[in-house]
Write a protein that binds this ligand. Sequence first.
Ligand SMILES: Cc1ncc(COP(=O)(O)O)c(C=O)c1O
Length: 329
Amino acid sequence: MNPPPKLDLARLPTPLQPLDRLSEALGGPRIWIKRDDLTEAAGAGNKIRKLEFVLADALNQGATALITSGGLQSNHCRATALFAAQLGLQCHLILRGSETRTANGNLLLNQVLGAKIDYVSDEAFERLDELYERKVVQLSALGERPYRIPIGASDELGLWGYIQAVKELAADFTCAQIQPSCIVTAIGSGGTYAGLLLGQALYNLSLPVIGICVSRNAGFFERKTAMDTARWQTRFQSSLNPGPGQLRDDFVGEGYGLASPEVYRLIAWLAQLEGVILDPVYTGKAFQGLIEMIQQGDIQGTDVVFLHTGGLFGLFPQMSQRSLSELLA
Ligand SMILES: Cc1ncc(COP(=O)(O)O)c(C=O)c1O
């Protein structure tokens, strides 16, 4: 089965590195980290792999303006704003939240990159389809050719990013001579997880995926993954069934974007132990899941892989409001 056309935006392959000091400290399996935080484009993380396919389609359709949406500090929106600038396209963002006098993190980068932002309330964001539609009508009336990208670029084309990443992982494992028992990743909009499940099946790699939910519950993502997979099967006329996966929603904490002092302590510990920086919204919570599952004996085997999906700029808005010692307390 051939993947659809893609742009070459990411620096691939990303490194697969062992975290030996951490593994020794925990006394469990050897922990490897797949450095998708190093795909580049100002730390666009896992988003680039998905956008490579989505933006190839946008260009193919003659798009002149991209429209996408997410939270105020969405990594995906910022990555889209950056690639829009790189490709000479307009970028229109529908962000959930209110405008502030000063901006930080991804929001600041969106402004620097010249994205046109509509700030919308939680209530209005519930009717996201209407907001997209309105923007399409507005831009078309101005003679633009708008292209809609869903939250997280997790549509049938975006899924290909992590389907193809499985091929890369298979080569990494051959090179490192390992057969990891699982790969652990954060789940935000579900495209990374769903892509990895399909990739396992397509490339015959036994690599169960553990998805750590950072916002909604496991039931929501079961339905979302099933829907995205069904759409992918229809669009690419494939009967491929996803490989094994497991969803964990016990590390969400108080909610999306809200991290506990344990998560901040873990971020500081890993940074100091291994020089790897996580964020409090996605990778910090997923890493907490990995560590607790190892400690509780839920993860077996000699080697496990953590997918570092990026998100560095998510650290700054949180830390500009409280000091590190307050966050750790
Ligand atoms: C840094 C980071 N990690 C993980 C994820 C989750 O990826 P996905 O949206 O494909 O579930 C996201 C986005 O939602 C993210 O920004």
